[in-house]
Design a binder for this molecule. Structure first.
Ligand code: VGL
Ligand code: ZN
Length: 215
């Protein structure tokens, strides 16, 4: 395991957010620096794998963005240009993403290099066609995924969050973890984000909310 991340406490869980083909090089919504080759000389995969295999966590959870075809977060559904802001049928403001992580497609699968065998649980999110879910805990309509209850039943009091994307799903998952009462850290060295400015804003927002961000 990398030595720059402090060891996890006994009642801690690791949440690995959306390390899926569509968010990595060659994917529909490739996030820069997420691939194993980037940032030079390596990307987040070896770090995430090291944490999963040797981080000393009591539980390891993977989240998986898993949308039905025609999902409300797709530009093709919203009828606005890519990355513009549209409005869902439920009336929510929504960033228009390329079609991505469609259930049953290769893009929705975990990156083949991810040590998925070390996961105790997999939480799928964004499965409701009408609501997006950057968070692994609950969607934009307020429906819980069950992650909070799973962690609480296991006696977890602290969570570390890693994965993709720092400025979207990692941020939202960490904020909800904190709101659910878990002592929450974001391990930036094992995260990749969409845009530099967004990452800086996300770090500020996380810290203001009481989440510990480890550089
Ligand atoms: C994500 C945009 C759309 C993420 C998921 O994993 O950060 N971003 N769906
Ligand atoms: Zn998505």
């Amino acid at each position: 395991m990398p030595n720059y991340i402090p060891a996890a406490k006994p009642a801690a869980a690791l949440i690995v957010v959306d390390v899926q083909r569509d968010f990595m090089t060659g994917g529909a919504l490739a996030v820069p620096l997420a691939d194993e080759k980037l940032p030079a000389p390596e990307g987040i995969l070896p770090r995430v794998n090291g944490l999963m295999a040797g981080g000393g966590y009591a539980r390891v959870v993977l989240t998986q963005d898993f949308h039905p075809a025609g999902h409300c977060s797709f530009a093709s559904t919203l009828g606005v240009p890519l990355y513009a802001k549209g409005k869902t049928a439920a009336g929510r403001g929504q960033v228009a993403w390329p079609d991505h992580c469609v259930a049953g497609t290769a893009g929705a699968e975990f990156h083949p290099g991810l040590y998925a065998r070390y996961a105790n649980a997999i939480i799928r999110k964004g499965v409701n066609p009408a609501y997006d879910s950057y968070s692994g805990f609950a969607d934009d309509g307020g429906e819980q995924t069950g992650l909070a209850g799973y962690l609480q039943s296991a006696g977890i009091t602290a969570v570390d969050v890693a994965g993709i994307a720092t400025d979207f799903c990692v941020k939202a998952t960490a904020l909800h973890a904190h709101e659910n009462g878990f002592a929450t850290r974001v391990l930036l060295g094992a995260c990749a984000g969409v845009a530099a400015a967004g990452i800086e804003e996300a770090i500020a927002e996380l810290r203001a909310a009481g989440v510990v961000v480890i550089e």
